[in-house]
Design a protein around this ligand. Structure first.
Ligand code: SF4
Length: 478
């Protein structure tokens, strides 16, 4: 669920051909951007809050082993059980075993990136257990047998009309006259889910935060479906990435201000659920916390890359990214799309397993400007590109890019060779003599050079090189 099936440039080219997708994304992201900017402007000390969030995350990562042990001790002391999972397989095996032990063949789920990351639904299905997503957008993705394309709004690539048609096709007994009004669609989903909530005996959730000091887990959401999952079933299993721990209960104050404004453009999220262990006669009778590594300790070991673990999954960076807005989330091939996905996925899997993602950015810096915990995504992308280039140097057979760069270095390191190479600009002018003459560019270079012009504009070379101009004006070589 973290590895690209197809290199980003190929997937992006297909997405760019889908005009409806671009319209849906453009409309949704511009609406959220405007809302976010308005509510962030209301907070006079927003920059201080961002800095506080960043400082807290730095402290957390510096003390991670100690904080996780404290969290385990506190959860256990309050009647919960903690499990440690090194990777996706271990996490899936733990959750599947826990569900089987209850005798239930069905679980309800709160939206959770960690369980998407490990492919839990598929693992449960293989074990004969049905997982029902209860977040509206997640439910839409599940009913359509689709993939999520946004961290916060997984069905952002679909419009209301498409969702109405989907509900008519997949939900039993839906009124054939169902309109595409968002309230009517939400009411339909709510009716569909209600009966499942009431019969569910096991729930699986993620966690936005886990407080080491008290063993408290927190989930923030907008619809209340999450709260139903967290309170009604008898067994609650939470899968949490190890970086989600925070040292103290009062640290939530900072994140619960940063998160809703950055994600949905709201002053406060509608539902914040906090639970600590188990309590007789109140909520689930059994609580299990699965602490997931799945590549995170490797990210932590990289001093340039570890800031990616600061991410609170608000999705603000996706909504401002010009590349995401045009290509959509599926092109990234990972459950973490957009700018944060372009740095996090290659780090979790190793850069060579997601080699094209660090290049899926214009490096414009908009993601850094909006990030509520000040993650310098552009610098990290450059760092990952460097790692990728360094890894290419180890190859026994050089890449075409490496051959091209070596040829350019050889040409530019000698004045006469460079002089001769400039003669090639005449070929360029000749190639651009007809195509796009007015636009001043060459539409397609010949042979392997077409790989460049397929994806970029190549300007038509000027009639005279700088050196020729200098010699003409000054009477000697530049
Ligand atoms: S990188 Fe920053 S802006 Fe992007 S999702 Fe994470 S916290 Fe939000």
């Amino acid at each position: 669920m973290l590895r690209e099936q197809q290199p980003f440039p190929d997937a992006a080219r297909e997405a760019l051909a889908d005009a409806q997708l671009r319209r849906n994304l453009g409309h949704a992201t511009s609406t959220i951007r405007t809302k976010r900017a308005r509510v962030v402007d209301e907070v006079a000390d927003w920059e201080e809050l961002r800095q506080a969030g960043r400082d807290l995350k730095r402290e957390t990562l510096a003390r991670l082993p100690e904080l996780l042990e404290t969290l385990e001790a506190q959860v256990t002391a309050r009647g919960g059980t903690v499990h440690w999972a090194r990777d996706a397989n271990e996490a899936n095996a733990i959750v599947t075993g826990l569900v089987r032990a209850t005798g239930s063949r069905e679980v309800v789920k709160v939206k959770s990136m960690a369980t998407q990351e490990i492919g839990l639904n598929e693992a449960l299905e293989d074990a004969g257990i049905t997982a029902l997503e209860t977040d509206l957008a997640e439910l839409i993705v599940q009913l359509a047998a689709d993939r999520p394309s946004h961290i916060l709004v997984p069905a952002i690539h679909r419009n209301r009309r498409e969702i109405r048609d989907l509900f008519l096709r997949t939900i039993p007994d839906v009124d054939p006259a169902l309109s595409d009004d968002p309230r009517a669609l939400a009411a339909t989903a709510r009716r569909h889910l209600r009966e499942r909530f009431l019969r569910a005996r096991v729930a699986v959730s993620g966690a936005n935060f886990g407080v080491a000091e008290t063993g408290t887990l927190a989930v923030v959401e907008s619809e209340g479906n999450g709260r139903m999952c967290l309170t009604l079933p008898r067994t609650l299993i939470t899968v949490m990435g190890i970086e989600k721990v925070v040292p103290r209960f009062r640290d939530l104050e900072v994140f619960l201000q940063l998160l809703p404004r950055s994600s949905t453009g709201e002053r406060m999220n509608p539902y914040t659920s906090l639970w600590t262990g188990v309590h007789a006669g109140d909520g689930p009778e059994a609580f299990h916390l699965v602490l997931l590594d799945n590549g995170r300790t490797a990210v932590l070991a990289d001093e340039h890359g570890r800031d990616a673990l600061h991410c609170i999954r608000c999705s603000a960076c996706l909504n401002v990214c010009p590349v995401y807005e045009r290509t959509g989330g599926h092109s990234y091939g990972s459950v973490y799309p957009g700018p944060i996905g372009a740095v996090l996925s290659p780090q979790l899997t190793g850069v060579e397993d997601n080699a094209s993602l660090p290049y899926a950015s214009s490096l414009c810096g908009a993601c850094y400007d909006v990030c509520p915990v000040k993650i310098d995504i552009p610098s990290m992308l450059v760092h990952l590109r460097t790692q990728h280039v360094e890894a290419q140097r180890e190859r026994r057979v050089p890449t075409p890019e490496a051959i091209g760069m070596a040829a350019a270095a050889w040409t530019m390191s000698d004045a006469s060779r460079w002089e001769q190479a400039q003669a090639a600009t005449r070929v360029g002018r000749w190639l651009g003599r007809r195509e796009d003459r007015d636009a001043g560019r060459i539409r397609s270079l010949p042979g392997p050079l077409a790989a460049w012009t397929d994806r970029r504009d190549a300007p038509r070379p000027p009639t005279e090189t700088f050196r020729a101009w200098w010699a003409r004006e000054r009477g000697h070589d530049a």
